[in-house]
Design a protein around this ligand. Structure first.
Ligand code: BTN
Length: 330
């Protein structure tokens, strides 16, 4: 059910940069102009700035930089039936919040976006730096009901889609470092944490978590992260419209999920992989369960496992691991 804020924002966004009169908004909402004004006040409190003229109506002058549910929702180009979105000022982890909502029976797909996480988690039990610094903490929940082995390449497929979206949206040149790192200029701009609960032979539910460094500044990183992490804004030189980007990303995630679920992803996977894979032919070290394996990346298998050619020319296959690219001597 769209809220009055949704209806107002959809109208204003659809007519940008033109004005929309208070009486048109009133008609759409079935409310008086005074009631409309009260909803506009609520939007102002959330960070919107409107131009208002008695004879012409309203126009958006500035949008909030914090996550705003109605603003994200109004800009979604893909909206599956039953889809819902929650934005939170703060939560422990959006993946954990999504898992709680799944357990409570919430209809999928749904998304959780937070301005800040107090217990943001990365792969391999690591912490994910999650201050309220303009970065994105997003989880999207699904109930795929398929055998777990069908989800092998899911995280890679989603990562490739995110690379393409970021390249188009922000005019940057991202890369995907197997299995889940989004890179810009060799530094980490984002990471994916996919978590599934599995029943005997099928996935009960799945949470796709994305941490993306959007608008943090170089000064926001604690010491050790300054060398390895980067935000989109650091690369583009200007802050990005957070809610417009969140809507574009979310739309792409929902579409990419559908392509994965119906198998059509296989038609474009290899193409995207060639475009965005940063490991092709590289000498790497792969840490897996405390063991270090060195070799040259030889590609991927059908399940998304990494193939590594060792010194003796044998291919080894890895389903998980932490990759470091070895420096080539200069
Ligand atoms: C990684 O690179 O190790 C994955 C990082 C994933 C971080 C995101 S932020 C949103 C979601 N909630 C979490 O606690 N983790 C993921």
């Amino acid at each position: 059910m769209p809220t009055p804020e949704h209806v107002i924002l959809r109208e204003l966004l659809a007519h940008e940069p033109n004005w929309v009169s208070g009486s048109v908004l009133g008609e759409k909402l079935g409310m008086s102009r005074v009631a409309v004004w009260l909803h506009m006040k609520k939007l102002r409190e959330a960070g919107f700035v409107f131009a208002a003229q008695r004879a012409r109506g309203y126009r958006i002058l500035a949008r909030p930089s914090a996550p705003h549910a109605a603003l994200i929702d109004s800009q979604l180009k893909v909206r599956p039936r039953g889809f819902s979105l929650v934005t939170l000022d703060e939560t422990d982890s959006t993946n954990d919040e999504a898992a709680r909502q799944l357990a409570a029976g919430r209809i999928t797909p749904f998304a959780v976006v937070a301005r800040k996480q107090t217990n943001g988690r990365g792969r391999l039990g690591r912490a994910w730096h999650s201050e309220a610094n303009g970065n994105l903490y997003l989880s999207v929940a699904f109930r795929p009901r398929v055998p777990p082995e069908r989800m092998g390449a899911f995280t890679l497929w989603m990562g490739l889609n995110l690379c393409e979206l970021l390249a188009n949206f922000a005019k940057v040149a991202p890369g995907l470092k197997w299995p889940n790192d989004l890179l810009l200029d060799g530094r980490k701009v984002g990471g994916i944490l996919t978590e599934a609960r599995v029943d005997a032979d099928q996935i009960r539910d799945l949470v796709f978590g994305l941490g993306l460094n959007v608008n943090s500044t170089a000064a926001d990183w604690p010491g050790h992260l300054g060398r390895t992490a980067v935000s989109l804004a650091e690369i583009t030189g200007a802050p990005l419209d957070f809610n417009r980007l969140a809507a574009a990303l979310l739309g792409r995630v929902l579409l990419a999920y559908d392509n994965f679920a119906d198998g059509s992803y296989m038609k474009t996977f290899a193409d995207l992989w060639h475009r965005y894979d940063v490991l092709r032919g590289k000498r790497i070290a792969l840490l897996e369960g405390g063991r270090r394996h060195a070799g040259t990346v030889a590609g991927l298998d059908d399940e998304g496992a990494l193939l590594l050619r060792d010194e003796a020319g044998r291919n080894q296959r890895f389903r998980a691991g932490e990759v470091t690219i070895e420096k080539t001597p200069s």
